[in-house]
Design a protein around this ligand. Structure first.
Ligand SMILES: [Ca+2]
Ligand SMILES: [Ca+2]
Length: 249
C-alpha cells in the first residue's frame, strides 16, 4: 500500500467518525423534543379533564338547585292543595249544618204556623161568642199592681169561669201569670175581682195549699210540671211575687 492510499483511508475514517457523532447528537435532540411534546400533551389533557370536572360540578350544582327549588315548589303546591281541601271540607260541613238547621227551622216554622192557625181558629171561635178581649201586662208586678195595670187600661185581671176560657188562656200564655182570683179577704174563700165566689177551679195537683201565706192565684204554663194539664194549672202564691198579669176588658 502506498502513502496516498493510507491517507485516503485515514480521511475516510475521520469523516465517518464525525458523521456518527453528529447523528447521535441529532437523535438526542429529537428524543428531548418528543418528551417535551408528551409533557405538553399531558398538561393539556389534564387541564381539559379539570375543566370538564369543573363544568360537571357546576352542572350538578345547578341541577341540584333546580331540583330542590322544584321540590319545594311541589311541596308548597301540595300544602296549598291540602289547605284548600280542608277549607272545602269545612265549608261542606258548615253547609250541611246550615242545611240541617234550615230544615229544623222550617219544621219549627211549620209547627208554629200550625199552632198560630189553631190559636187563630180558637180566637175566632171565642170572639164569636164574645169571650175574647184579653191582653197581657208588660211588666213584672205583684198581684195588686198587676191588677192596677189592667184597671188603668179599662180592664181587670181575667175571670176564668168556663173550661173553654181556661183552655184558651192556657194555650196562649208562655209564662206564669196572675189571674183575677184571690182569698185575701177570707182565707180559703176564693173570690174573683168582680167579687163573685169561685165555682169551678182548675188547680194543679195539691193546690191551693196556702203554703205559708199564699192568697193570690197564678196560672202556671209549665207543661212539664207534674199533673199539669190545660184544666189543671192554677196555684196559690204570696201576693208579693212579681209576675205579668192577664187582663180582660
Ligand atoms: Ca190563701
Ligand atoms: Ca201554692
Amino acid at each position: 500500500m502506498d502513502l496516498e492510499a493510507i491517507y485516503e483511508n485515514v480521511e475516510r475514517r475521520d469523516i465517518g467518525s464525525t458523521t456518527g457523532a453528529q447523528t447521535l447528537s441529532h437523535g438526542r435532540d429529537e428524543s428531548k423534543n418528543l418528551k417535551h411534546r408528551g409533557s405538553r400533551c399531558l398538561v393539556l389533557i389534564s387541564v381539559g379533564l379539570g375543566l370538564i370536572c369543573v363544568l360537571l360540578l357546576v352542572f350538578i350544582i345547578l341541577l341540584y338547585i333546580t331540583i330542590t327549588a322544584e321540590r319545594d315548589l311541589i311541596k308548597s303546591y301540595k300544602n296549598t292543595v291540602e289547605e284548600l281541601n280542608q277549607t272545602i271540607n269545612s265549608l261542606q260541613d258548615k253547609h250541611t249544618d246550615l242545611t240541617q238547621k234550615n230544615l229544623e227551622l222550617e219544621t219549627k216554622v211549620k209547627n208554629l204556623t200550625a199552632e198560630k192557625d189553631q190559636l187563630q181558629r180558637d180566637f175566632d171561635s171565642l170572639n164569636k161568642k164574645g169571650l175574647v178581649n184579653f191582653f197581657m201586662s208588660t211588666e213584672l208586678k205583684n198581684w195588686s199592681d198587676s191588677r192596677q195595670y189592667c184597671r188603668d187600661r179599662g180592664a181587670d185581671l181575667v175571670i176564668i169561669n168556663t173550661e173553654e176560657k181556661q183552655r184558651f188562656i192556657s194555650s196562649v200564655v208562655k209564662e206564669r201569670v196572675w189571674i183575677g182570683l184571690s182569698d185575701t179577704e177570707t182565707e180559703g174563700v176564693m173570690k174573683w175581682v168582680d167579687n163573685s165566689t169561685l165555682k169551678q177551679g182548675f188547680w194543679l195537683k195539691g193546690e191551693p195549699n196556702n203554703d205559708g201565706n199564699e192568697d193570690c192565684i197564678e196560672l202556671n204554663y209549665n207543661r212539664e210540671k207534674s199533673g199539669w194539664s190545660p184544666l189543671n194549672s192554677w196555684n196559690d202564691l204570696p201576693c208579693s211575687e212579681k209576675k205579668k198579669g192577664i187582663c180582660e176588658k
